[in-house]
Design a protein around this ligand. Structure first.
Ligand SMILES: NC(=O)c1ccc[n+]([C@@H]2O[C@H](COP(=O)([O-])OP(=O)(O)OC[C@H]3O[C@@H](n4cnc5c(N)ncnc54)[C@H](OP(=O)(O)O)[C@@H]3O)[C@@H](O)[C@H]2O)c1
Length: 278
């Protein structure tokens, strides 16, 4: 399989790196950087209704003049919109904001007590071809087990916080078993890994930036990273990870940085089961 894309459990191709857009700025600023990201080669764009930038993303896609079919567009259902009817309404709102006819991947943003009911709406959207794939974010194994037990269609993706100090190896094993593709958010740990000594030495050894080393490590673990940047040089830098390979030994060294618990760069408590954002 080509290194630049992966294949989901329903056969859909997904680019093996995406462009994150949380805190991408105003719709105007978002439009500009999304257009730039597409021009330099990103083909997966990650957003969420919660980010408030869907209009800017849609404008950026239009401005890029790249065919809609060549772009893999991801958005998410926010916590206030769970339940069958509200899910359909929120989805239609996202379509309208993004100014597109379909979404490539629609995700539940956070686990919720209404997961099963919401998932039925996701299955409806999938079967009526309004979305090409469906998945979840921030689901632990227990959430996935409960969902799969009640689902007609199993999720194609689980998007979770993942970086060298938070590797979620048990979850990786579980998702591999059920062919659920993992996507890593905060893949470069929002820069908090940049003063790590191993990372500094690997950066010197491979003559790549620390961000590139970490993003390459994700790729070699078969995980899709979705780094965010609003800076043109860094947007380009983060995509330039296909011309080198981290050795097996160095991959193992990075693996040892795992702190073995669900550390969070966002301050979400590790033991959270269902989040109640009110
Ligand atoms: N599903 C979820 O619950 C969830 C949660 C959080 C995030 N996400 C998604 O995941 C995406 C990525 O996560 P994230 O934004 O939290 O963190 P991230 O991608 O790990 O880090 C982004 C930060 O790193 C900086 N940066 C980017 N590239 C850099 C480079 N090459 N060198 C130095 N600094 C660099 C960016 O600053 P500049 O912009 O100034 O470059 C920004 O401050 C989000 O944008 C969003 O799309 C999903």
């Amino acid at each position: 399989m080509s290194e630049i894309q992966k294949i989901l459990n329903n056969g859909l191709k997904i680019p093996s790196i995406g462009f994150g857009t949380y805190q991408s700025g105003s719709n105007k600023e978002t439009e500009k950087i999304v257009k730039y990201a597409l021009e330099v080669g990103y083909r997966q764009i990650d957003t969420a209704s919660f980010y408030g930038n869907e209009v800017g993303i849609g404008n950026g896609i239009k401005a890029s003049k790249i065919n809609r079919e060549d772009i893999f567009l991801v958005t998410k259902l926010w916590n206030d919109d769970h339940g069958y009817k509200k899910t359909i309404e929120a989805f239609n709102k996202s379509l309208e904001n993004l100014q597109v006819e379909y979404i490539d991947l629609y995700l539940i943003h956070w686990p919720n007590k209404l997961n099963n009911e919401t998932w039925k709406a996701f299955e409806y959207l999938y079967e009526s071809k309004k979305v090409k794939s469906i998945g979840v974010c921030n689901f632990k194994q227990s959430h996935l087990e409960e969902l799969i037990e009640n689902a007609k269609i199993k999720p194609m993706v689980n998007q979770v916080e993942m970086h060298p100090t938070n590797q979620k190896n048990e979850l990786v094993k579980y998702c591999n078993k059920y062919e659920i593709q993992l996507i890593a958010w905060s893949p470069i740990m929002r820069g908090k890994i940049f003063d790590n000594e191993l990372m500094i030495s690997l950066s010197q050894k491979y003559e790549k930036s620390i961000a590139q080393i970490v993003l390459r490590w994700h790729l070699q673990r078969a995980i899709i990273p979705i780094p965010k940047s609003s800076n043109e040089n860094r947007i380009k830098e983060n995509l330039d990870i296909f011309d080198f390979e981290i050795s097996k030994d160095d991959m193992m060294q990075i693996n040892l940085l795992d702190e073995g618990y669900d550390a969070s760069v966002t301050g979400v408590p590790a033991n959270t089961t269902y989040l109640d954002f009110k």
